[in-house]
Ligand binder design. Structure first.
Ligand code: DON
Length: 581
């Protein structure tokens, strides 16, 4: 006889007890920030202030997103950037949605085996350090695309606060200094990066000291004057190409000249009546969030409870199955056929659910597709304006400070996004992702991302704006924030603060944040066959920034509503802030 499914057991219990779990409990998190007219939540408080100022002066959420994007490039140099790439998900006040892909493209001279030696082995560091790791950057073109199509303010006005902060400098607080933590040695290797981000003598900056970025101010000023051409056709591209050629890179002027933003249909799905809009390929984020949510919809998570062994088991198994698809089936849509409809189909989710055994861990090796051989820094910000336009942006240099290089004279840190490609099928990348051919390197191709800027709506109205950094964990971090609100009744601050779990198919391990699970729960999971491991490196657990509309949690919304906008910056972020007006 087949053992009863988790779902049937739990529904039986709900019927027997005739109850739903109480949502009134308050976790140990500060109150969300409340506002009535607009909300900006970013990883650096000065950038949040700049975004709110734009809204107060009558700019819309897209204007604010552009101003914040440039500001973070100055005040959050570990991840904010104009030398990397990213995604913007927009939900307009009329309910229409769109998605901008301004992620990096592989240089035209890139080849599939560029990070392998002549024996076919990966050369350590080649895809992560120095100019060979750099993809062609997209933010300047991406922000301008957003502004000119959907914004209302001139570029000069939106970029001015960033120029001022770069020119005059800003005083570093503890959170800023923490984001520089452990990067001294890496930055010291590149004289142009060291001259900006380290003090004379190679020492890191301390709390209370000022970071001035004169070259970056000049680059931003030329972009303010001439628009994206200053970056892609003018002196900035020339300086990057020259430095790249001198230091073993392959970037060419043509790579910059032909860079184009893609405006794509976002991925959409419905979870328990909530409409999710998120990132399509070249991100795996939206597809995999939808796939996991579709699987989880079959389990009464709310009843099973946050952190219970049954909830965790269902989550892990859903993640395990979905990450197989992420790592083997997805890639740049201009190069591979992405099975998006199949992966986001409820019937496919049911097929997966039927394979999940109630009290026994799956085995990742058993899910290996035929022919598949095994052998921080990003930032997210969430904005909503008085009209209800919502913007979610995740952009990145990939690793902290990217490739650790600045082309002399530009002040612009460059990404190491090339590491997101499959450098060698089956070999883990920076985030331990074991990927396949769909994400192989090719000239002009975009590496597969996990970035998941997401907007949730309910009954045609914006409900939640959410996203996070965290490499391969971005997907599960964003997902967990969503289910913490929808299934577990948490307020937005609790939802982004709650301890997290992650499984990514390979390695076949459940990673948990310290204190995420009680020893008893871990024992129950171990008995099911799960290999649970505590991962203490806090930086890898992301830094979500979210907004909830209509109240701070479902209980308040259900009881008639609270503050219109409720903002929460992850308590894991040192320098971030939710600011509203
Ligand atoms: O696009 C991606 O999926 C990665 N490059 C993101 C890297 C990241 O989140 C690093 N920060 N913690």
């Amino acid at each position: 006889m087949r053992s009863p499914s988790l779902k049937s057991l739990s529904f039986a219990l709900i019927v027997a007890l005739g109850t739903v779990p109480p949502w009134t409990a308050q976790a140990a998190s500060p109150e969300p920030v409340k506002a009535e007219h607009g909300m900006v939540v970013t990883a650096q408080h000065l950038a949040s202030d700049i975004g709110v100022e734009v809204l107060k002066k009558g700019g819309n959420a897209i204007d604010a997103a552009v101003a914040v994007g440039y500001a973070l490039a100055v005040v959050y140099p570990t991840a904010g950037n104009i030398g990397g790439g990213g995604f913007m998900t927009i939900r307009f006040k009329d309910g229409k949605t769109t998605f901008l892909d301004f992620r990096e493209r592989a240089p035209l001279a890139a080849t599939k085996s560029m990070y392998l030696d002549d024996k076919g082995n990966l050369v350590k560091g080649l895809s992560t350090n120095g100019y060979l790791a750099v993809g062609v950057p997209g933010p300047v073109m991406g922000f301008e695309h957003a502004r000119s199509r959907y914004g209302t303010r001139p570029l000069k006005e939106l970029i001015a606060p960033a120029i001022k902060l770069a020119e005059e400098g800003f005083v570093l607080e503890q959170g800023d200094v923490e984001s520089f933590d452990g990067r001294t040695e890496r930055l010291a290797k590149d004289p142009a990066a060291a001259a900006i981000f380290l003090k004379p003598g190679g020492k890191p900056f301390a709390v209370g000291e000022k970071l001035v970025q004169a070259d970056l101010a000049a680059s931003l000023s030329s972009i303010a004057e001439k628009g994206p051409d200053a970056f892609y056709k003018g002196a900035i591209a020339d300086a990057i190409v020259k430095a790249s050629a001198e230091k073993g890179g392959i970037l060419a002027k043509k790579d910059f000249e032909q860079y184009a933003v893609r405006e794509l249909e976002p991925v959409k799905c419905n979870y328990r009546g909530y409409d999710i809009v998120s990132s399509p390929p070249p991100s795996s984020g939206g597809v995999i969030i939808c796939e996991i949510l579709n699987i989880l919809e079959g389990y009464p998570l709310s009843y099973l409870g946050y952190g219970s062994a049954e909830t965790v088991h269902a989550m892990i198994e859903a993640m395990r199955h979905a990450y197989v698809d992420r790592n083997t089936a997805l890639g740049d849509p201009d190069f591979v056929e992405n099975p998006v409809s199949k992966l986001t189909d409820k019937a496919y989710a049911k097929e997966i659910r039927d394979k999940i055994e109630p009290f026994r861990a799956g085995v990742s090796q058993a899910l290996m597709p035929a022919g598949f051989a095994e052998s921080k820094e990003t930032t997210h910000y969430s904005i909503i304006d008085d009209d209800g336009n919502a913007v979610a942006v995740t952009y990145t240099l990939n690793g902290s400070f990217g490739a650790g290089v600045v082309a002399p004279g530009t002040g612009i840190l460059l990404n190491n996004e090339m590491d997101d490609f499959t450098a060698k099928p089956g070999a883990p990348n920076l985030y331990g992702l074991v990927q396949g051919e769909a994400n192989a390197i090719a000239p002009g191709k975009t590496p597969l991302s996990s970035m998941s800027p997401t907007i949730v709506s309910k009954d045609g109205k914006p409900f939640m704006v959410i996203g996070s950094p965290g490499g391969a964990r971005i997907i599960t971090i964003t997902l967990e924030a969503i289910i913490n609100v929808i299934d577990h009744g948490m307020n937005i601050q609790e939802a982004v603060d709650a301890p997290r779990l992650h499984h990514q198919w390979l390695p076949d391990k459940v990673f948990m944040e310290p204190y995420a699970l009680s020893p008893d729960t871990r024992k129950l999971l171990a008995a099911m066959g799960h290999d649970v491991q505590i991962d203490e490196s806090w930086k890898i657990w992301g830094q979500a920034t979210g907004i909830l509309v209509g109240g701070e949690n479902l209980e308040e919304i259900g009881a008639g509503g609270g503050a219109r906008f409720n903002g929460a910056v992850d308590s894991r972020i040192g320098a971030g802030a939710a600011r509203g007006y």
